[in-house]
Design a protein around this ligand. Structure first.
Ligand SMILES: NC(=O)CC[C@H](N)C(=O)O
Length: 314
């Protein structure tokens, strides 16, 4: 009841807030280090918000299709935890934010034992890709895609292979990270095979509505509120949401936690998945990024909504 009132208020004000945030896209840039991502419409901004009763509101360019990029790391972490358990996963990746860029190598050399600080930076997510069960890279990717389909309630999710190839062709930094990890004894598998899995899950295409649904499952402790199916153990969802709060917005996570106070995960295609725990799933896209790699207008829009509706968890 209360929620419906909230959604009705949102529906009314959302277009105005969205346009105010859209103005910030002029300050941002699309990701250029993956050439295919540079083609995204820079001034686009869209949002979809879904509640547990299946009611939703959306505004702006919510029909835009984009690749998940780093948002996928939250879900590969969940699958790796389901495949291996906490002990195995956290022997290979840490639990701490880095304060460095998402693709930084710095701490891998500086801090013993040379494992990635957390599963949401590139180095950590590459290790997580290697922990997904499957006999071949294709089988691992297939399991990941199925899992994403289940969580989004969208059986038609697939890859953007142009983005996948574009990333693979220019992934000098991620290759360096992976070889470094191999040398540190953190990666057991063949580097190119692990990267193949990583590039594929980063290039899964979604809309804001898909992200909102996936966020809602996390907001509900791993239970799909539509089907009432427990898709992920609650404990693992707790872990994933904690990482989203501490590391989900890269090295702007502290700033975002203060401004919005919500678990969130961004990707370099401009997507942000966030949630109001126990209540709402939210998907946002705005391909123009700030210097930390987060959607400049998307961050502003979520911060506005959180302030207006007093969503901060703190
Ligand atoms: N921050 C991101 O979204 C990074 C994901 C991207 N695929 C990369 O590895 O660089």
């Amino acid at each position: 009841m209360v929620l419906s009132t909230e959604l009705a208020q949102m529906k009314e004000r959302l277009p105005e807030w969205l346009e105010a945030s859209r103005a910030l896209t002029a300050e941002g840039k699309t990701a250029a280090y993956i050439p295919e991502l540079a083609k995204a419409p820079k001034e686009a901004l869209g949002i979809h918000i879904l509640n547990m009763n299946g009611e939703s509101v959306s505004a702006g360019d919510c029909g835009l299709v984009f690749t998940m990029q780093s948002i996928s790391k939250v879900f590969t972490l969940l699958l790796a935890l389901m495949d291996n358990g906490e002990e195995v996963v956290f022997a290979k990746v840490g639990k701490e934010p880095t304060g460095d860029d998402f693709n930084s190598m710095l701490k891998l050399e500086l801090v013993e034992p040379g494992i990635p600080f957390n599963p949401l930076i590139n180095a950590g997510a590459i290790v997580i890709s290697s922990l997904i069960h499957g006999a071949t890279p294709e089988q691992k990717s297939e399991r990941i895609l199925r899992f994403f389909c289940e969580l989004s309630g969208n059986e038609t999710l697939g890859y953007n292979l142009d983005v996948c190839r574009s990333e693979s062709a220019t992934a000098h930094r991620n290759r360096s990270l992976a070889y470094f990890l191999k040398d540190n004894g953190v990666l057991d598998d063949d580097v190119e095979e692990v990267l193949d899995v990583y590039f594929h899950h980063c290039s899964v295409e979604v809309t804001c509505a898909d992200l909102a649904r996936m966020g809602l499952v996390l907001a509900c402790g791993g239970k799909d509120p539509v089907t009432q199916k427990q898709l992920v153990p609650r404990r693992y969802v707790q872990i994933a949401k904690t990482f989203m709060m501490t590391c989900g917005m890269y090295n702007a996570s502290g700033e975002f936690a203060i401004a919005a106070g919500l678990p969130a995960k961004s990707g370099v295609a401009g997507g942000i998945m966030t949630m109001v725990p126990g209540r709402l799933g939210i998907g946002v896209v705005g391909p123009a990024l700030n210097s930390k790699g987060n959607s400049v207008a998307g961050v502003h829009l979520i911060e506005t909504l959180s302030r207006e509706f007093d969503w901060s968890m703190f």
